[in-house]
Design a protein around this ligand. Structure first.
Ligand code: NAD
Ligand code: WQD
Length: 345
């Protein structure tokens, strides 16, 4: 069974590659490497002792994308490829809409042409915008608040529209909450370019001494200690969720949406404490103004994924912090400093 992973060289993609290879799937990765390194795929190949077929192709390049479908018999697609920085999406909205939406349209057109109609799509909890209540259910109101979030919302709608006249398509839309953590080997992890926007890579870079102190964006939210609360999920649990979603799209037609989260929220200060406990590193911080666009609290109700996919997140917050730290400690400069072992393909 051959699975095409668009964006498969990225953070969530590489962790999913590992789990797919370990489960016996054949994988084909497409990535333009705009936010990733081929070294990550070499690590996947080394860790699994399996080959990966890799195409350095941009989703917007319809000719080369089509060639991948010509050259391979593809059973299903997991569509990770996309730009994901909220702030950048506000600065360059057309770039975000074009990359994420046009890229998805081109992909779906070619899939349709080659009769590949099983798709797992990376959506995000960001489509819920400012939640009216928590936990958030799949049918809670949707209201993205920035161009990045709107690309996810629009793609979700495109996929639902695609299904209406094409009931032989099988589509799973996965709304991830806040993925953190890394592969337990310490060889794979999140490798943001420049100063991290997200909490965990910022904390680990303070831990390693690359950044002085964490800036906590506000301590006057209506939460347990005033700092923002999120549903952090270990990236390996998230990767395993894709295997379950894949089984679903292999077996039953339809388009359905699933929250992938733990169902439990942690505040920024709770994350700092958990990280300090497992890393034995002090994380100095200061409280600064709220970050525009941030919400107080966000966590999932993940019952649907449990009941319909048979998936549940198993790794706790300490394991998430320990694995994030293990990756950062062993790769202070991300893949730049990781050893290159052998070539894929
Ligand atoms: P990532 O940036 O590490 O991976 C995305 C990959 O897509 C990168 O390797 C990038 O080079 C590639 N890519 C982007 N545009 C492309 C294009 N036009 N053609 C080919 N390749 C392209 O991000 P990630 O954290 O692994 O996220 C994967 C998916 O999950 C994204 O769609 C993201 O929006 C979504 N998501 C991520 C998070 C998160 O916090 N990490 C949360 C919710 C949803
Ligand atoms: C978590 C908490 C911050 C950094 C983002 C995207 C979302 C999704 C996941 C893709 C918040 C606080 C953070 C820092 C801080 N991505 N924080 N200091 O904002 O929940 O979600 O990533 O779909 O779309 O918006 O995640 O990690 O940035 O923030 O105090 O330096 O940490 O205020 O409460 P967020 P995050």
């Amino acid at each position: 069974m051959a699975i095409l992973l668009t964006g498969g060289a990225g953070y969530i993609g590489t962790h999913t590659c590992i789990e797919l290879l370990n489960a016996g799937y054949e994988i084909i990765v497409l990535d333009n490497l705009s936010n990733s390194s081929v070294k990550a795929l070499n690590c996947v190949s080394e860790l699994t002792q399996k080959n990966i077929k890799f195409y350095e192709v941009d989703l917007l390049d319809a000719t080369n994308l089509e060639n991948i479908f010509k050259e391979n018999t593809i059973d299903a697609v997991i569509h990770f490829a996309g730009l994901k920085a909220v702030g950048k999406s506000v600065e360059t909205p057309l770039h975000y809409y074009h990359n994420n939406i046009t890229g998805t349209l081109i992909l779906c057109e070619i899939m349709q042409r080659y009769n590949v109609k099983r798709l797992v799509f990376s959506s995000s909890a960001t489509v819920y915008g400012v939640p009216k209540s928590v936990p958030i259910f799949e049918d809670s109101p949707l209201n993205a608040t920035n161009p990045y979030g709107r690309t996810k919302l629009m793609i979700e709608e495109i996929l639902r529209d695609l299904y209406i006249p094409n009931e032989d398509w099988n589509i799973a839309i996965l709304r991830y909450f806040n993925p953190i953590g890394a592969h337990p080997s310490g060889r794979l992890g999140e490798d943001p370019q420049g100063i991290p926007n997200n909490l965990m890579p910022y904390i680990t870079q303070v831990g390693i001494g690359k950044l002085d102190k964490l800036k906590i964006f506000g301590n006057n939210y209506p939460t347990i200690d005033g700092t923002g609360v999120r549903d952090y999920i270990h990236v390996v649990d998230l990767a395993l969720g894709h295997l379950k979603a894949l089984e679903k799209v292999m077996s039953s037609p339809g388009v359905d949406t699933y929250n992938l989260g733990t169902g439990r929220g942690y505040s920024v200060l709770e994350i700092v404490e958990a990280f300090e406990r497992v890393s034995k590193k002090k994380i100095p911080y200061e409280i600064v103004d709220r970050r525009p666009g941030d919400i107080a609290t966000c966590y999932a109700d993940a019952t649907k994924a449990k009941e319909k996919l048979g998936w549940i997140a198993k790794r706790d917050i300490e394991e998430m912090c320990a694995d994030s730290w293990n990756w950062q400690f062993n790769n202070p400069n991300g893949y730049e400093s990781s050893k290159n072992i052998h070539l894929i393909n």
